[in-house]
Every structure is written in C-alpha cells, then in structure tokens.
Design a protein around this ligand. Structure first.
Ligand SMILES: [Ca+2]
Length: 148
C-alpha cells in the first residue's frame, strides 16, 4: 500500500548517538545479496545507512535517527529545547541500514525486552502486533543499536 508522504516539517530532530560513527560495515557476501528478505520501501525522511523512529505511526511526526547506536533516548531533546525528550515516544520505525539489523530495547543501555528489525524493513504501527514487528512496542523504545 502506497501512501503519500505528509509534510511533517514541524519539528524534526536529527540526532546521532553520543558516539557518531558509521553503521559498522560488514563484508557483504554473495549469499547476502541473494538472500530473500521481506522488503518494504524506505520512507524518504530516513537516510540510507540510518535507522529511524517516529513519534507518530506511518513514519510521521518527530523523527530521531542513528547510524550506530543511541544509549538513551531520554538524553535526546526534541521540539522546543527543554520541553520534552525522545524517551518512550516511538510509534513507527524503519531500518534503512545497508548491512545490519537494528535492535531496539525497552530500557536504556540496551536492556529489557527488545525488537529486531531486518535492514530495509519497517513497521508503521508499533501499537498493534501486526506487520513486521509482531509484538506491541508502542511508546517504549529507550535505546537502540545496529547489530549483526
Ligand atoms: Ca522505555
């Protein structure tokens, strides 16, 4: 299903993790590229090599992206400075990484329950248990990292 992109320029947070390094590159093999994967189109607002979360479902509202990891979304301010932070806000997410899976945890520092997202995959609504992510994970994400 293709939906038009809404103009969501209101408040956009472009944030790298505390240690901003590139998505850890992994030697790509022939079997990788031939492997069958469920691929969903990347939203234009999520750059290649990044994984992104959005406040609203269907990749809308405030967006946070990372190219390596985010130890704690509570450390990331969004909107007007000091107004609110990015902890426990994610309602949709996409992994636009080229090599690795993206993992998201319910608590900071990569602890607690987690969900895993293959590259080039997203879930438009974390509040339901359908789509790519089969468990309800809305407004829970507190840390995230690219993993192999
Ligand atoms: Ca949380």
């Amino acid at each position: 299903m293709k939906r038009p992109l809404l103009a969501v320029a209101a408040i956009v947070a472009l944030v790298n993790g505390p240690i901003a390094v590139s998505e850890s590159a992994r030697a790509s093999t022939a079997s990788d590229s031939l492997e069958a994967r469920a691929v969903s189109p990347a939203p234009a607002s999520c750059k290649k090599g990044s994984a992104c979360i959005w406040r609203d479902k269907s990749y809308g509202g405030d967006r946070i992206s990372f190219t390596h990891r985010i130890d704690s979304y509570a450390a990331i301010l969004i909107g007007d400075v000091g107004y609110r932070h990015a902890n426990d806000i994610a309602s949709s997410l996409y992994n636009n990484g080229q090599y690795n899976r993206a993992k998201f945890w319910q608590h900071k520092d990569f602890t607690g329950p987690s969900i895993l997202l293959e590259r080039q995959n997203g879930d438009k609504n974390l509040a339901d248990a359908t789509g790519t992510v089969k468990k309800v994970f809305n407004d829970r994400i507190s840390s995230s990292m690219f993993v192999q």
